[in-house]
Design a protein around this ligand. Structure first.
Ligand SMILES: Nc1ncnc2c1ncn2[C@@H]1O[C@H](COP(=O)(O)OP(=O)(O)O)[C@@H](O)[C@H]1O
Ligand SMILES: [Mg+2]
Length: 141
């Protein structure tokens, strides 16, 4: 697992929901690279996107997603991992969590080369505290 983490804006969301989001995405990436050879790589990157958004990418060099499966991966209960306990609800939940906070969840895959999931969340602008006496209320000299 490698990472390239840039400092990004704060995000307004329930921590438990974000945890659920990243556990699901990291689990998928780890399951994808887990072919028994121990040579797979999962990359996590963060950077600032358009309009101060927070972009988190989780990439793996697993088998990728077959083109005919691509349009179904967000469907509830779609899973190619039934035999190993896949429930097919992971990405459905992830998309819901991201949409609920006004973000986007994107998925790109090249069969044989791997998959990259991109989470884009609105950055939360923290207004700086105004210095005392500069709040617009007139003060007597
Ligand atoms: N990183 C990934 N690499 C390859 N396929 C993936 C990846 N993430 C998701 N998928 C595909 O999307 C399907 C749905 O994922 P998900 O909703 O998390 O369900 P589950 O992991 O229980 O199968 C998976 O069964 C798999 O076919
Ligand atoms: Mg999953």
């Amino acid at each position: 697992m490698t990472d390239h983490l840039e400092s990004v804006a704060l995000v307004m969301a329930r921590p438990t929901r974000l945890l659920q989001l990243f556990v699901n995405l990291l689990r998928n990436a780890l399951e994808a690279v887990n072919d028994g050879t121990g040579t797979g790589t999962v990359r996590v990157r963060t950077h600032t996107g358009e309009a101060g958004s927070v972009v988190i990418e989780i990439g793996d060099d697993g088998p990728g997603i077959a083109p005919e499966h691509m349009q179904h991966v967000f469907d509830p209960f779609f899973s190619t991992k039934r035999s190993t306990g896949g429930t097919g609800v992971g990405l459905t939940i992830c998309r819901r969590i991201v949409n609920d906070v006004g973000g986007r969840l994107g998925l790109a895959s090249r069969p044989g080369a791997g998959t990259t999931v991109t989470v884009t969340l609105p950055g939360h602008r923290v207004e700086p505290e105004p210095p005392p006496g500069s709040d617009g209320t007139p003060t007597r000299q």
